[in-house]
Design a protein around this ligand. Structure first.
Ligand SMILES: CC(C)(COP(=O)(O)OP(=O)(O)OC[C@H]1O[C@@H](n2cnc3c(N)ncnc32)[C@H](O)[C@@H]1OP(=O)(O)O)[C@@H](O)C(=O)NCCC(=O)NCCS
Length: 154
């Protein structure tokens, strides 16, 4: 169990690609390929954030997020935590640090879309202060699942 976390943010750096790709494959029904992830991380508009354990001996990447930053707006594209580490506050921490980082990048509004079936993620965003501003029916899963659009003003 990990109780202490460190969050780092970077643009344009593939140093953690392998770990992020492993987390991606473990976290999404339709994961981005390693090549797609690599392209997203290298997109100069995209901010990658990673959360790792504070272990001095072997810090391990436990989660990540990808955010497209076009100030004064940003879009949260991805957030995921390693399955064994979920439910311990890692996503809450990464989101809190991310929002602070985005404020420093002159972002004023953050948007995201999430499947209406993804209850853990919906609760995460609502608890972080996001509001549901729109609904797109038939958006995911071959048109069987709607998307909720969330926004936060920061
Ligand atoms: C969504 C996800 C990132 C949450 O990560 P996590 O580290 O487990 O979340 P946290 O422990 O920080 O929880 C933060 C809040 O999220 C909500 N939450 C997290 N897991 C939940 C669950 N299983 N059920 C209900 N609410 C949940 C709670 O509101 C929680 O706050 P609380 O503990 O104060 O009640 C994680 O489940 C995940 O990686 N899922 C797969 C990828 C994904 O769906 N990403 C989001 C769509 S892009």
């Amino acid at each position: 169990m990990t109780s202490e976390y460190k969050v780092s943010h970077f643009f344009n750096n593939l140093a953690n690609l392998k770990e992020i790709s492993t987390l991606e494959q473990a976290s999404f029904a339709n994961p981005w390929s390693c090549e797609s992830l690599s392209a997203e991380i290298l997109n100069p508009l995209n901010l990658t954030s990673i959360i790792s354990s504070k272990s001095a001996t072997k810090p391990e990447i436990l989660g990540y997020s990808l955010t497209r930053v076009i100030s004064p707006e940003a879009e949260l594209l991805r957030v995921a935590v390693k399955p064994e580490e979920r439910g311990q506050g890692a996503a809450k921490k990464i989101l809190a640090k991310l929002l602070r980082k985005l404020i420093s990048l002159q972002v004023e509004k953050v948007f995201l879309e999430v499947s209406e079936k993804n209850l853990p993620a919906i609760a995460l965003y609502q608890n972080a202060g996001f509001s549901n501003i729109n609904y797109r029916p038939n958006y995911y899963d071959n048109g069987t699942t709607g998307a909720l659009i969330f926004e936060i003003v920061i």
